[in-house]
Structures are given as structure tokens and as C-alpha cells.
Design a protein around this ligand. Structure first.
Ligand SMILES: Cc1cc2nc3c(=O)[nH]c(=O)nc-3n(C[C@H](O)[C@H](O)[C@H](O)COP(=O)(O)OP(=O)(O)OC[C@H]3O[C@@H](n4cnc5c(N)ncnc54)[C@H](O)[C@@H]3O)c2cc1C
Length: 438
């Protein structure tokens, strides 16, 4: 019927999870097609973003020799807690971060994603862009047997489909692997700008000795008006990535416009000097799934597996997503290869995919942090209260007032009590500990 459109495996989506799956399967000899709706792979994608090399190395052991388009290695990283007019910084810089290849690099997705997809193509995968998968095809028994695209004569058949469609998981929903659309309480909206700046200015402002050093800073408190969310400032080769993300529900409840929150953050007296003279070249908004372990879709069914953001695989605590995505793509790919060897594409066989994820850091970490979104949801004051307290406490601590230090210490305790009762603080700490420990 449609033999010219028959493959061993179909991958929907050319992000890190999809390319990792396609690469794994193509390298093992499966006839694999990678379908991407963008004009080119990466055209629609952006992130913060820090890319972690451990997951890339597992997919592509010789990635370093293949010269990935990294921006800067991350040699200094940490957190800034902002109040309206000051900052407390917790930064970590280490010679260890300078090893080659470094464990983390800043990356621009419009460059990285095409490069990773190209590695899959070199391994034998067929890549088609400007093509949207509109339906997942099933046989009379409900087994997935292929996809329909928006191209004329656009049906493609394969016994395995890997859905790597990202956070907006319409196909996963249509297939009934997840019941609801993303609830606004469990999805963040992030806006980001890429600001062009000469490398020498970046290095001077962030105290970096050259292009082989880079900084990744996650910022809390006033950056998000004290609401549950994070902002970031990352150094690229010739520019800065700056952005801010909040739970979607917070934008709605507080009637905030994403670009206004970003503009406010950029104008903060601590942030503005880093951006001085820079030219904004790109602007975008993107969702981040914060659904967590307990609200993930079913990860597989007969003939199909779901990977990466489409399955909510993000660890917001450690700003990790691409490494979970690439690892899931690799494990789905490995499962697909085993399914071909066994000639068994049943739901039971493909459960191996979930088992391998459970054994990896992906589901272990997701399980550990499964209460984090609920914690932020039930403690919306948390980031604002403690970031402001830390800044006010630091001001008292570092200023000589001509009063005995014992009185200064009492004042600091008072600053905390003005904001939260002892009972409230104890409650926050217990909840935070539970959210972190799992
Ligand atoms: C602002 C922001 C900051 C972030 N910072 C970091 C960070 O610093 N470090 C980190 O590791 N992670 C970070 N993340 C998370 C990370 O970006 C994601 O976890 C990761 O991109 C998930 O990869 P993926 O391949 O699953 O999905 P995506 O990268 O979203 O790729 C999905 C692909 O599928 C395509 N597609 C969708 N539907 C179809 C269809 N029907 N047919 C064909 N193609 C389709 C899309 O065009 C896209 O190319 C951040 C995310 C955001 C938004």
C-alpha cells in the first residue's frame, strides 16, 4: 500500500530527545526517519541554556572531536538572591570546571540542534524538515503503526514511533497517553532575550579570563517579583542569554505580561550594568513542563514511546532538561533496537523503556523532586520572603552601626520575624526539606 514510506522507526521532533533517539537507532542499523516541523532543526527551539556533556557523551562518545557548536564552558556558576535594590550571591568557581571537555557549556539551540540532528543523519537517519506530524496512526487493535503528516501523500509507516514533540504534547494527548492538557499550575512560561555584546566586555563584566571561561547564574527573588519562578543570566561567546520564567498561573493571577517582567528584570540596578551597550538580537517565549513525576504521561504503549519534554522530563531544581531529554531519547532508541531484534513491538515489551529510565538518573531525580511544584504552589511567598530577608540581613551584618553586635544579631532575627512567624519558618523549612529529599 505505502511501501515507499515504510521505515523501521519514526521519530517526531528534532529537539535533543528526538535527535538522540534517531542517532541511537540509525547507528544500530535501523532505517530511521526524523520528522521536524521547523524550517530547519532548531528553528523553533530555544532554552536558557546550559547543556550537560555527560548525556551527550552517552549518545555520542566522540562528540568533542566532532566540534559541537558550544558557546562557552561553564567555569563559574551559582545563585543570586535579588531584593529590589541589592543582591546576595552564592557563586562557585573551580579549576575543576576547566577540564576539556567541560561538564557544562552554554549553547544556542539554533546552532546546537541542527548539529545534533546532523550527527543522526551521518549515522544514516533520514531527516525531513518543514513537515508536521498531525496524527499518530493505529491499527484496529490500537497498536501504533505510523504517522500522518501535513504533506500530500504524507502517511509514513513503522512498527515504532518515538514521540519527541516537546512540551506542547498534542500527539501524546491525542493518543490518550495523558488525559489533560497542561494545567497552568504545572507549566512555566519563560521569556528570553539574546543580547549581543563584544566578548571582551562579557569577560570584563563577569571576571572571566577569556573565551574559555563562562558563567551561568540563576536568579531568584525580585527577579520574578518574589513569585515562584527563576531568572537567568548566562554568558555566550559574543552575547548574553537573559530570561525569566514563572508558573503560567502566576502570570494570569497577577495579570503580568511576560515581556514586562523581563524588561523590569533587565532594568534592575544590579542587572542593568551587565547589559549596558548590548544589542538585543533575539526574543522568544517558551513553555517548560513542571508537571513532575506524579503527572507524567504513560511513557509507552504498543508501537510507541514518549521522550523528553513531551513526557515532562525536566528537573527545574537543577535547571536540567536537555540531558534528561537526550538520555530518554537514547534509552527509547535502545529499546526500539531490542524490539526489532525480538520482533516484538507490544506494550509489554516496550515497558523496558520505562524500566531503563527508572534505573537512570532521569526518573530517580524526577521522583526525588516530585513535590517541588506543589511546594512552590503552596508556598508562593517563599522566594520573595527569604531573598528580601537575606539582603536586609546582609546589610545589617556588613554595616557598622555603632551598636553592640549582640543587638545587631537581635535586629536580624527581628527582620525575619517581621516577615514570618517561627511556626511559619519551621513549616517552610520542613516543606522545603521534603520537596528536596523526596
Ligand atoms: C527558557 C528555558 C530555559 C531552559 N534552560 C535549560 C538549561 O539551561 N539546561 C537544560 O538542560 N534545559 C533547559 N531547558 C529545558 C530544555 O530546553 C528542554 O528540556 C529540552 O529542550 C527538551 O528537549 P525535547 O527534545 O524533548 O523537546 P524540544 O527541544 O522542545 O524539541 C521538540 C521538537 O519537536 C518539534 N515538533 C513538535 N511537534 C511536532 C510535530 N507535530 N511534528 C514535527 N515536529 C514537531 C519542535 O519543532 C521541536 O523541534 C530550558 C527551557 C526553557 C524554555
Amino acid at each position: 500500500m505505502a511501501s515507499k514510506h515504510t521505515f523501521d522507526a519514526i521519530v517526531v521532533g528534532g529537539g535533543p530527545s528526538g535527535s538522540a533517539a534517531a542517532l541511537t537507532m540509525a547507528r544500530a542499523g535501523l532505517k530511521t526517519i526524523l520528522i521536524e516541523r521547523g524550517r530547519f532543526v532548531g528553528a523553533k527551539n530555544f532554552f536558557g541554556g546550559v547543556m550537560y556533556t555527560h548525556a551527550l557523551a552517552d549518545v555520542l562518545p566522540d562528540f568533542w572531536e566532532r566540534k559541537p557548536p558550544f558557546e562557552r564552558p561553564v567555569t563559574e556558576q551559582g545563585y543570586w538572591m535579588l531584593s529590589p535594590d541589592s543582591v546576595v550571591r552564592i557563586m562557585h568557581k573551580s579549576e575543576h570546571y576547566k577540564q576539556e571537555p567541560a561538564e557544562a557549556h552554554t549553547v544556542l539551540r539554533a546552532l546546537f540542534d541542527p548539529w545534533l540532528a546532523e550527527q543522526a543523519v551521518s549515522a544514516g537517519a533520514l531527516l525531513i524538515t518543514k513537515t508536521t506530524v498531525t496524527h499518530i496512526l493505529q491499527d484496529a487493535k490500537g497498536r501504533v503503526i505510523g504517522v500522518r503528516t501535513d504533506r500530500p501523500d504524507g502517511e509514513i509507516f513503522a512498527p515504532i514511533v518515538v514521540i519527541a514533540e516537546g512540551v506542547n504534547n498534542l500527539l501524546t494527548q491525542k493518543l490518550g497517553l495523558i488525559k489533560n492538557d497542561l494545567p497552568p499550575r504545572f507549566v512555566a512560561l519563560a521569556v528570553k532575550e539574546y543580547i549581543s555584546l563584544p566578548a571582551k566586555d562579557i569577560q570584563a563584566r563577569f571576571g572571566l579570563s577569556g573565551p574559555n571561561e563562562g558563567a551561568a547564574i540563576d536568579i531568584f527573588g525580585d527577579a520574578t517579583l518574589g513569585l515562584p519562578g527563576t531568572a537567568f543570566l548566562y554568558t555566550d561567546r559574543n552575547g548574553l542569554s537573559i530570561g525569566v520564567g514563572l508558573l503560567l498561573e502566576e502570570f494570569v493571577t497577577h495579570k503580568l505580561r511576560p515581556y514586562e517582567v523581563l524588561a523590569r528584570f533587565k532594568n534592575h540596578p544590579v542587572i542593568q550594568p551587565y547589559l549596558e551597550g548590548g544589542k538585543p538580537l533575539e526574543y522568544g517565549a517558551h513553555l517548560i513542563p513542571e508537571t513532575g513525576y506524579n503527572r507524567m504521561p504513560k511513557l509507552s504503549a504498543a508501537g510507541v514511546m514518549v521522550v523528553g519534554d513531551a513526557a515532562g522530563m525536566v528537573d527545574a531544581v537543577h535547571r536540567e532538561g536537555t540531558n534528561l531529554a537526550m538520555t530518554a531519547g537514547r534509552l527509547a532508541g535502545t529499546t526500539a533496537v531490542a524490539a526489532h531484534q525480538a520482533n516484538d513491538f507490544s506494550a509489554t515489551f516496550l515497558k523496558q523503556y520505562r524500566q531503563s529510565l527508572e534505573e537512570s538518573f532521569v526518573l530517580k531525580d524526577m521522583k526525588q523532586y516530585r513535590r517541588m511544584t506543589d511546594f512552590l504552589d503552596s508556598s508562593p511567598h517563599f522566594m520573595g520572603t527569604y531573598a528580601n530577608f537575606l539582603n536586609d540581613a546582609a546589610l545589617r551584618y556588613f554595616t557598622a552601626h555603632g551598636i553592640p553586635k549582640r543587638d545587631m544579631e537581635k535586629q536580624i532575627v527581628g527582620l525575619l520575624q517581621e516577615r514570618r512567624s517561627f511556626f511559619g519558618i519551621a513549616q517552610d523549612m520542613v516543606k522545603l526539606l521534603r520537596a528536596m529529599r523526596g
